[in-house]
Design a protein around this ligand. Structure first.
Ligand code: ATP
Ligand code: MG
Length: 461
């Protein structure tokens, strides 16, 4: 039997697009008389022909209270029970089920002071942020509920607040940040009235926790239309709230940082999608902060409470790159050995990131652009050649290790072993062919002899 499907329902909304465990949850709720709907981002993404596979991205909403949901399923986790959300565990998958809500009385511009549960889907959709996020689909009953014109806005590629944007932004300062993030993720533009409501909402945006701000900013930076998102961030006045230290720099520097961060940064070769997202996040964040003095960049990442790994990467990358406008790449300093010393200091892994950032930076140097692009290209070729040559770049790659130093030098101290290895690395960076046991042993003995002479020296003079 072919399921009856009203002709108005778009093709993307087929029950087959819903993972089996989610359909199971929907059926159970439906059989118990609580008509369930899929709501929010998943409906938006399906209508954009972006298939989703992960059951936990399918948000279910129904009039069933958390207690009623708990009674219907064997395993239910009370994830956000105050806000009406529980997580049903079905066939090993986690499915979020939320009671229809209405909200009122926002006190701190973030969290509703009172949440009301009721059986009203339309009130639930009315409290949602943007029209494209305020649609609901019932896959069992084949119905799409779209009271705010979300489909039309999807077609027009517009992010529009549900209701009066000024009121909606005054209720919750996260919404303007989500709005510009969707601009970047979807390549949409803000509806004029929605865009114009943002400047007046900035004091409310300033109340959003730094972690949430950082989360939205990083998601914006890795979006496929990040340049649009960055432009929207700047045009709406959100930038000083998101990155006050960048916004405090001279206007020309800010523009430069935004242009570099808006570069495309071609994907890493053969990288997995997640690695690519990590790389983009790091590069674009560093690009935003590379115009700050190093201490300021460090303060900016601390204030954003970025995860540790990202923070250290951004500080290293932006710090090394801030001298760039003055000096250009470290090209020509010390020839090939200089290139190897630079590689050794930044590390094999990070070097390609520096090259990507510097190439992007070079493209936005006004009158110097052509010269800089050529300089970076030459430096890049030299770096890639050194990387390909397999020349040793770290103590771990030396033909002699700590054990060997201990065996070769009687009475050497632990600290001196470290110094010895660093000395040998210096030698090998200068002359990669010196990286053999025999040659390094000879160099080591010479170094040790010279030290012994030095140690005696001051006493006799
Ligand atoms: P993504 O999962 O890609 O971030 P999403 O739209 O699913 O996109 P979620 O944060 O998962 O975003 O939120 C799910 C839904 O909840 C949204 O689609 C929207 O309808 C609603 N929503 C989320 N945050 C807010 C908010 N701050 N104000 C109003 N509604 C919101
Ligand atoms: Mg979501």
């Amino acid at each position: 039997m072919i399921a009856r499907q009203p002709p108005t329902l778009p093709k993307a909304l087929r029950p087959a697009a819903v993972p089996t465990p989610v359909l199971g949850v929907l059926r159970r709720l439906s059989e118990a008389g609580h008509r369930p709907w899929l709501v929010g981002g998943v409906v938006r993404d399906l209508l954009l022909s972006r298939t989703r596979h992960d059951p936990d991205e399918f948000d279910v909403a129904s009039p069933a209270t958390p207690a009623e949901v708990q009674a219907l399923f064997r395993k239910v986790i009370p994830t956000g029970i105050d806000h009406g959300t529980v997580t049903v565990v079905e066939e090993g998958a986690r499915v979020e089920v939320t009671t229809f809500r209405g909200e009122e009385d926002y006190v701190d511009g973030r969290r509703p002071s009172r949440v009301t549960f009721h059986g009203d889907l339309d009130a639930d959709l009315a409290r949602r942020d943007f029209t494209v996020n305020a649609m609901a689909w019932d896959p069992l009953g084949h119905e799409l509920r779209d009271p705010h014109g979300g489909r039309a806005d999807l077609a027009r590629k517009v992010i529009r607040a549900v209701g009066d944007p000024r009121e909606r932004f005054a209720e919750d300062g996260l919404r303007p940040l989500r709005g510009v993030r969707f601009v970047s993720q979807l390549g949409f533009r803000l509806a004029p009235s929605t865009r114009d409501a943002i400047p007046g909402a900035l004091p409310v945006v300033a109340l959003v926790s730094r972690e949430r701000v950082a989360e939205e900013l990083t998601r914006l930076l890795v979006g496929p239309h990040a340049a649009r998102g960055i432009a929207a961030l700047s045009a709406t006045g959100l930038l000083p709230v998101v990155l006050p230290r960048l916004a405090a720099m001279p206007a020309g520097r800010v523009r430069h940082a935004l242009s570099v961060a808006s570069e495309r940064f071609a994907p890493g070769r053969g990288a997995r999608a997640e690695d690519d997202r990590d790389r983009l996040r790091l590069l674009r964040m560093a690009a935003l902060l590379h115009v700050l003095p190093p201490g300021e960049a460090m303060r900016a990442v601390v204030e954003l409470r970025l995860p540790n790994r990202l923070a250290t990467g951004v500080v290293a990358l932006s710090g090394e790159s801030c001298a760039l406008d003055e000096n250009g790449p470290p090209e020509g300093k010390g020839g090939a050995a200089g290139t190897r010393r630079w590689l050794s200091s930044v590390g094999r892994e990070r070097a390609p990131l520096f090259l990507d950032l510097w190439r992007a930076d070079a493209r936005h140097q006004g009158a110097r652009t052509a010269t800089r692009v050529a300089e970076v290209r030459r430096f890049r070729a030299r770096v890639l050649a050194e990387l390909a040559s397999g020349a040793p770049l770290s103590v771990a790659e030396l033909a002699l290790g700590g054990e060997d130093v201990l065996a070769l030098l009687p009475r050497v101290s632990g600290r001196e072993v470290g110094e010895a290895l660093r000395f040998l690395l210096d030698e090998v960076l200068e002359t990669p062919s010196a990286n053999t046991k025999a040659r390094l042993s000879a160099r080591l003995h010479a170094w040790w002899g010279a030290r012994a002479a030095e140690r005696q020296g001051p006493g006799t003079s």
